[in-house]
Design a binder for this molecule. Structure first.
Ligand code: NAD
Ligand code: DAU
Length: 331
């Protein structure tokens, strides 16, 4: 199958591209705008064709989609804190970009997978969301992701587009940009920088190893029913404070580095997904959190070539704006 993978230079998209090219023999075309989060080097070991462009640009999409059998859309602005500070790019990419891709898929009668998130359901105190739960997003990030999901649903319903939505819980693993909790804490611990925990640190996330998420998206692509959404939840829940303590233990860094900082505005307390529907397609998670976290810490320890250019570049200014303090000077 020839796949157009939009946002394939990002964390989950590059993992998906690697698995599809290596294990399924798919031809992979990556369309990516290369924002700060897009890293071509994450595709170094992936057999693919690369097209540099934005999903909201119909000409770029038209060029990249040539000959494709299906479109899988990972492209998005993905960091909640950045959506609170500067929401405009989130609206452009998630809304206009998804619209342009849907139109291109509709014109050509292609199968379409929208990669989405548990955050569209909002926070849940107890129990888990199913695909039929109402969408109650709370941040500009999750609201624009929910808007894109609704648009995808409308194309399936109105035009009969073979579209499927895949909603994942918090993914973690190699090649994740260090603005997100786990890589940020791992790299800070390895460098002796403070580990900034928002609020009381008792927010709960449902951790999903990135390869498990990528395989789930593959199941939805191959076997998902048109018009359906599929939740893909991780096997383990963990409060942030415990995640950070485990990272301190795995890196051997001092507990004194842990620091409580002001909470994220509108911070969702807990996410939890029921994944029964995707299990009916034969998917199940393979990597438990303890094992995946250990693998992830080892990967960051061994792959400074990947994160050093990030951590010594614009990221330092982002970090200072976001946390009101500088990282220790790069050695
Ligand atoms: P990421 O931020 O690592 O990568 C996003 C990629 O999209 C980058 O390569 C970036 O350059 C590209 N991109 C951004 N705007 C673009 C545009 N307008 N046109 C073309 N390319 C563009 O993101 P990620 O964590 O890999 O997330 C991928 C998808 O999975 C997103 O849709 C996200 O909402 C969803 N998701 C992420 C998680 C998670 O925990 N990271 C969980 C569930 C769902
Ligand atoms: O749930 C899926 C979502 O997971 C994806 O859709 C998003 O793209 C992805 O960014 C992620 O969103 P979160 O907001 O849950 O992830 P983040 O890594 O930003 O934060 C995880 C938790 O850790 C959250 O409760 C906030 C907290 N946190 C985060 C950072 C960056 C801290 O306490 N300190 C921090 O410095």
């Amino acid at each position: 199958m020839r796949l157009l993978v939009c946002g394939g230079a990002g964390f989950i998209g590059s993992t998906f591209a690697r698995i599809r090219a290596r294990d399924h023999g798919d031809e992979v075309v990556v369309l990516d705008k290369l924002t700060y989060a897009g890293r071509r080097e994450s595709l170094n070991d992936v057999d693919h064709v690369f097209v540099h462009g934005a999903i909201e640009d119909p000409a770029a999409v038209g060029a990249a989609i040539e000959g494709a059998d299906a479109v899988v859309n990972f492209a998005a602005e993905t960091h909640v804190d950045r959506s609170i500070a500067e929401p405009d790019a989130f609206v452009r990419t998630q809304m206009q970009g998804t619209y342009v891709l849907l139109e291109a898929a509709r014109e050509r009668g292609l199968r379409y997978v929208q990669v989405s998130t548990d955050e569209v359901y909002g926070s849940i105190q107890a129990g888990s969301f199913t695909e039929d739960s109402p969408l109650r997003p709370s941040s500009p990030y999750s609201a624009t992701k929910a808007g894109a999901d609704l648009l995808v649903g409308s194309y399936a319903h109105t035009y009969g587009l073979e579209a499927v939505i895949c909603r994942g819980s918090n993914a973690y693993g190699p090649y994740q940009y260090p603005e997100k909790l786990i890589p940020l804490m791992v790299l800070n611990a390895l460098h002796g920088d403070a580990l900034p925990v928002y609020g009381d640190g008792m927010q709960v996330r449902n951790w999903l190893y990135v390869e498990d998420f990528a395989r789930g998206i593959g199941h939805a692509l191959e076997r998902g029913a048109p018009g359906e959404a599929y939740n893909v939840g991780g096997p383990d829940e963990c409060p942030n404070l415990e995640v950070v303590r485990r990272i301190l233990a795995l890196t051997g860094a001092s507990e004194d580095l842990l620091e409580h900082v002001p909470d994220r505005p509108g911070h969702d307390r807990r996410y939890s997904l029921s994944s029964e529907r995707i299990r009916t397609l034969g998917w199940e998670p393979r990597v438990r959190f303890a094992e995946g976290l250990e693998r992830t810490v080892t990967w960051y320890r061994d792959n400074a070539w990947w994160w050093e250019p990030i951590r010594s570049g614009e990221y330092r200014a982002y970090y200072e704006r976001q946390y009101g303090r500088a990282l220790r000077p790069a050695s």
